[in-house]
Design a protein around this ligand. Structure first.
Ligand SMILES: NC(=O)C1=CN([C@@H]2O[C@H](COP(=O)(O)OP(=O)(O)OC[C@H]3O[C@@H](n4cnc5c(N)ncnc54)[C@H](O)[C@@H]3O)[C@@H](O)[C@H]2O)C=CC1
Ligand SMILES: O=C(O)C(=O)COP(=O)(O)O
Length: 530
């Protein structure tokens, strides 16, 4: 008998599959503190949650029998994935079941914002008949900027067209062809900021999306814009938004999510007349809750019964014999993928994986999964992509995967390479495991290098002229950026060259811009590999 603990409000109908299963017993205990969960989790094989329960490492350590954590929804930012993976606990989510519901909530918020419905309601039920203060705006003929064109963003775009809106879409995976299919104009964040009358965000919260609309964007944003966030708190800088509204730049905002949930009573959104809020209700419909609970219950049963399953967010199942040969290459694969994703500009259309040397005789499919994970995680968020779901995600986003194998490995026992083909360019990174030295990046584009793939790196392309290294070093030094390692690569004396610097901390954006402005510098890009 497997014991399942449901610790958040989850649809009864959705989990009827579990309730009726003869090998499952279910306990529902919602609203427990971490201490209370730690006390009881030891007897359970599975934990079923939404976003309220924070599944911490402490809870997992106490969950000695815990085999699976099911998230009835999309975001798994409330679950410590690393801790789960370390313990072999499979984390599954239900990414498709609440798409439409959240999209519809976005429209509810957009229309409530355009027509001041919450504010007008409050006055009316308070006994006032105020028809002057709440003159709204139409959606028709307005420009809607959608940042994040995944499941929810694409549905929002489709419905916006029915309202007669022009849709500008931005997503690192949005190609010209897909944009055309969706009837959306492919745009940059900058285009959206400058042109949109309404902006809605539908990305995960990642280091890249955090404050993607912040102080800097508000300084250029179209006057009178209205902003909606039904994705994750923190994508829009909350304080900068309040300032922009108070300065008369932004006309209003509608937020379902907060940087800290629940927000404190003093949170400026809660008393602002131009900001409307809901308490993370995006996924809260009868239908969505049934859908996500059914999805996650089905998978949970498969996992507990040892059957194949989908949508595992964390655990890569690799056969033992293959694992022993390939495992050392998995971290290198993720880092090569991530490195390539960080240097390539434009939506990725194709990932070409090269495995040469002894690896040519091994089933390298699991390694490919890790490389694709590295590429996709840079944009989709490292909590959403893993070696189990990376190929599926690449497929659903129309990214083609090609694998080339060869016994010739340029003097290395094994060489792994990743080439990304985007709308704009083709970029290659290769690496190997060197005896006694560990993982190394051995090639960037056409240049041979020897770089440890870790920490903060600065990739500079420049003209091979005397003095350039000194100028870069002086500029970084004067900005308190310490250079730990340096590699220079070139094909021809005096020709195009690259420099890869390992630096002790993240380099501020303005310093990178100054580096890029140096004489004989072509580009400067920071790469983070963790
Ligand atoms: N308010 C609520 O109750 C709910 C919130 N959500 C949240 O909504 C968000 C979107 O969910 P889905 O559409 O299902 O996810 P998805 O994974 O299908 O779409 C996210 C998209 O964001 C894109 N993206 C990543 N970085 C980006 C960047 N820097 N700029 C622009 N786009 C970027 C990705 O390429 C991807 O296409 C997630 O954060 C999810 O947790 C989802 C359901 C309910
Ligand atoms: O699915 C998601 O990402 C959500 O944010 C929904 O959260 P919830 O299940 O309503 O607590």
């Amino acid at each position: 008998m497997f014991k399942v603990l449901v610790s958040d409000p989850i649809s009864d109908l959705g989990i009827s599959l579990l309730v009726e299963a003869s090998d499952i017993s279910i306990d529902k205990k919602t609203g427990l503190s971490e201490d209370e969960l730690v006390q009881i989790i030891g007897e359970y094989d599975a934990l079923l949650v939404r976003s309220q329960t924070r599944v911490t490492e402490r809870i997992m350590t106490a969950g000695k029998q815990l085999k699976v954590i099911g998230r009835a929804g999309v975001g798994v930012d409330n679950i410590d994935l690393e801790a789960a993976t370390k313990r072999g606990i499979v984390v599954i989510n239900a990414p498709d079941g609440n798409t439409i519901t959240t999209c519809e909530h976005t429209f509810a918020m957009m229309m409530a914002l355009a027509r001041h419905i919450p504010q007008a309601y409050l006055k009316t039920v308070g006994g006032e008949w105020d028809r002057k203060s709440f003159v709204g705006v139409e959606l028709r003929n307005k420009v809607l900027g959608v940042l994040g064109m995944g499941r929810i963003g694409s549905e929002v775009a489709a419905r916006a067209k029915a309202f007669g809106m022009t849709v500008l879409g931005y997503d690192p995976f949005l190609t010209e062809e897909r944009a055309e299919k969706l009837g959306v104009k492919l745009a940059s964040v900058e285009d959206v900021v400058r042109e949109a009358d309404f902006i809605t965000v539908h990305t995960p919260l990642t280091p890249e999306t955090r404050h993607m609309i912040g102080k800097e964007q508000f300084s250029r944003i179209k006057k009178g814009v209205r902003i909606i966030n039904c994705a994750r708190g923190g994508i829009i800088d909350e304080l900068a938004l309040v300032e922009a509204i108070d300065a008369g730049i932004v006309a209003g905002a509608a937020f379902d999510v907060f940087e800290e949930e629940p927000p404190t009573k003093e949170h400026p959104f809660l008393s602002h007349p131009k900001i409307i809020v809901t308490p993370h209700l995006g996924a809260s419909t009868v239908e969505a809750q049934e859908n996500v609970a059914i999805d996650v219950s089905e998978q949970l049963l498969h996992i507990l019964r040892g059957e194949p399953y989908k949508n595992a967010v964390n655990m890569p199942p690799v056969p033992a014999d293959v694992l022993s040969k390939l495992e050392p290459y998995f971290p290198l694969g993720v880092k090569l993928g991530s490195f390539a994703a960080q240097i390539a500009s434009g939506p990725v259309k194709e990932i070409v994986v090269g495995c040469s040397g002894e690896l040519a005789d091994v089933d390298t499919q699991p390694l490919t999964r890790y490389i694709v994970q590295g590429v996709l995680a840079h944009h989709l968020g490292s909590d959403q992509v893993n070696a189990v779901n990376s190929m599926h995600l690449a497929k659903t986003r129309g990214v083609n995967i090609v694998v080339n194998k060869s016994h010739a490995s340029k003097g290395f026992t094994n060489l792994v390479s990743v080439t990304l083909r985007t709308d704009k360019e083709e970029r290659t990174v290769a690496g190997a495991l060197l005896n006694g030295f560990g993982a190394r990046i051995t090639q960037i584009d056409q240049y041979p290098v020897d770089v440890a793939p870790e920490g903060n790196l600065l990739l500079i392309s420049h003209n091979d002229k005397p003095g350039i290294i000194g100028r870069v070093g002086t500029l970084l030094g004067s900005n308190d950026v310490n250079i730990a390692t340096m590699q220079v690569g070139r094909k021809l004396v005096g020709g195009a060259a690259i420099m890869v610097l390992g630096v002790d901390k993240a380099v501020p954006k303005d310093v990178i811009a100054q580096v890029a402005d140096l004489t004989d510098l072509v580009t400067a890009k920071e790469i983070q590999l963790y």
